[in-house]
Design a protein around this ligand. Structure first.
Ligand code: KIV
Length: 275
């Protein structure tokens, strides 16, 4: 990323961790979007998005589940493979699914290795100091790790729903300490989800690795959104989401037009038919 705009037009042929670090050090915000399939991933690559996250949000955006705790390791392997095979330039990061790393470093390493075999170039896992041994084991094995702090969706039940984290000083200090613990364990970047903007700024100042915000204000080194939210497909209208397109409306319009033309026998026409 020697040039900040548009990211896809110039810069390295392949985004590596060092490019994210360089962008953060030079104060150039970078972008991450979730991706789960070939054509969306290719569109984001063409747009110059630097990092594609095969998030466990695939469970709630593609597979019809209501929480990411339902997403399985096999789901993650399938969708990670689909994205990794479809793009060249973006860094592909995959989530370790709920239940695949909490038991300890050996479990985290086994599942992390399988994600890398499927095409992931880094893995992301949720939690703070308590998962530092898992982060260390992955990093020691040569697997880059992205941490995930603040609202951690796999803990939606213990956090009593989707709530901004670190609003009080005790919570804020814990989040800062967790960020430093993950950095010490070797994490290459930290996702901060649903965190007050000022706290995200404090964390970004306190750590050397890039921070990537979602509902964490503008001070982070990068930003991430779930693609179906930002493109207006999911209909989700959280405070932190900006909707950049109306894909749902466009898709409905196209499907209605198709239905109308079939019912009127105007499609298929001679140009769509064989002699
Ligand atoms: O799975 C996901 O989409 C994520 C983002 C919300 C950061 O973890």
């Amino acid at each position: 990323m020697s040039n900040p705009s548009p990211a896809g037009a110039t810069g390295p042929a392949k985004i590596r961790l060092r490019h994210l670090q360089q962008a953060a050090d030079e104060g150039r915000p970078f972008t991450m979007l979730t991706a789960y399939d070939q054509f969306a991933a290719q569109a984001f690559e063409a747009a110059g998005i630097e990092v594609l996250l095969v998030g466990d949000s695939v469970g709630t955006t593609v597979l019809g589940h209501t929480t990411t705790t339902a997403t399985t390791h096999q789901d993650m392997l399938t969708f990670t493979g689909a994205v990794a095979r479809s793009v060249h330039r973006p860094l592909v990061v995959a989530d370790l699914a709920f239940g695949t790393y909490e038991a300890g470093p050996a479990d985290a390493l086994r599942h992390g290795v399988e994600l890398v075999r499927a095409g992931a170039e880094a893995v992301k896992l949720e939690g703070g100091a308590e998962i530092a041994p898992q982060v260390r084991a992955l990093v020691d094995a040569g697997i880059p790790v992205f941490g995930h702090l603040g609202f951690t969706p796999q803990s939606v039940n213990s956090l009593s729903g989707h709530r901004v984290q670190g609003r009080d000083e005790v919570g804020a200090e814990k989040l800062l300490a967790d960020a430093l613990a993950l950095q010490r364990a070797g994490a290459s970047a930290l996702v901060l989800e649903l965190v007050p903007a000022a706290l995200a700024g404090r964390v970004t100042e306190a750590v050397d690795v890039p921070t990537i915000g979602i509902g964490a204000g503008p001070a982070c080194d990068g930003q991430v959104l779930v693609w179906q939210d930002m493109a207006g497909l999911s209909g989700f209208r959280g405070t932190f989401v900006k909707v950049f397109a109306d894909l749902r409306g466009e898709l409905e319009r196209a499907a209605q037009q198709y239905r109308t033309e079939v019912s009127e026998r105007s499609y298929p026409g001679p140009e769509h038919s064989f002699e």
